[in-house]
Ligand binder design. Structure first.
Ligand SMILES: Nc1nc2c(ncn2[C@@H]2O[C@H](COP(=O)(O)OP(=O)(O)O)[C@@H](O)[C@H]2O)c(=O)[nH]1
Ligand SMILES: Nc1ncnc2c1ncn2[C@@H]1O[C@H](COP(=O)(O)OP(=O)(O)O)[C@@H](O)[C@H]1O
Length: 214
């Protein structure tokens, strides 16, 4: 009998990148592969909804007063101000997933990543995604065509600071060829799921049974 998955505590797979490097695209690809059984943590944010976004699926779009109430009552696992808006991760859905042995996927910035690493050092697996060039980063933000020119400039101005945080992460990858970047993410997820400390309980039972044979 293979090891029982439900005995493990889940992983928190965190993707961060400067705006436009492709973390939303890679997140979508990970979620589309149902066999991976990843669940996206849906953040709350005070930023305006983009036309392509659906409330409750991509984010929960809330007013600043509501954000402050959630933050002050400890409902957020982490939170940060990014590009002038507030973002945060509701704590309870994540705790429930991890307790069920299921893995959560976070698309959060470097400030939030630091907070999660401190609070969940065992569960957090962090990946920083770099663009192939600054020129391509700008081109992607312009091609995405969802933000105003001012918003794009603001995001590009923040990109250098964000990129300088790459050393805080467990893994770094360059999203040049999308499929290659996705394959790298799959390799990271697969290896992290196989790490011995994450499987100790279930493997111990399996080994006991193995050794009891004949
Ligand atoms: N700390 C933190 N950052 C978040 C959260 N949700 C999103 N972000 C980050 O906020 C930044 C802006 O995200 P978004 O407004 O969707 O713009 P995009 O990066 O251009 O797609 C990105 O770096 C996200 O990773 C969150 O719950 N907490
Ligand atoms: N490897 C890639 N090659 C070309 N375009 C890409 C690649 N990855 C993402 N894109 C495109 O770049 C734009 C920004 O990607 P997105 O995933 O929204 O970035 P982020 O979530 O990091 O802001 C989107 O239009 C997306 O389709």
């Amino acid at each position: 009998m293979p090891p029982q998955k439900s005995e493990r505590r889940g992983i928190v797979l965190i993707l961060s990148s400067p705006s436009g490097a492709g973390k939303t695209t890679l997140t979508r690809m990970l979620l589309q592969d149902r066999r991976l059984d990843l669940t996206l943590s849906i953040s709350v944010t005070t930023r305006p909804r983009r036309t392509s976004e659906v409330d409750g699926i991509h984010y929960r779009f809330i007013a600043q007063r509501q954000f402050e109430a959630m933050r002050d009552s400890g409902e957020l696992l982490e939170w940060a101000q990014v590009h002038g808006n507030f973002y945060g991760t509701p704590r309870q859905p994540v705790e429930e997933l991890l307790a069920q042995g299921r893995d959560a996927l976070f698309d959060i910035d470097y400030q939030g990543t630091q907070q999660v690493r401190q609070k969940m050092p065992t569960e957090a697996v962090t990946v920083f995604i770099l663009p192939p060039s600054m020129k391509e980063l700008r081109a992607r933000l312009e091609r995405r065509a969802e933000d105003s020119p001012e918003t794009i400039e603001n995001r590009l101005n923040n990109a250098r600071n964000e990129i300088s945080r790459w050393t805080q992460y467990d893994y770094v990858l360059v999203n040049d060829d999308l499929q290659a970047a996705f394959d790298d993410l799959l390799a990271i997820l697969r290896s992290e799921r196989l790490r011995r400390p994450r499987r100790t309980e279930s493997v111990a039972a399996f080994v006991d049974k193995l050794l009891s044979e004949g």
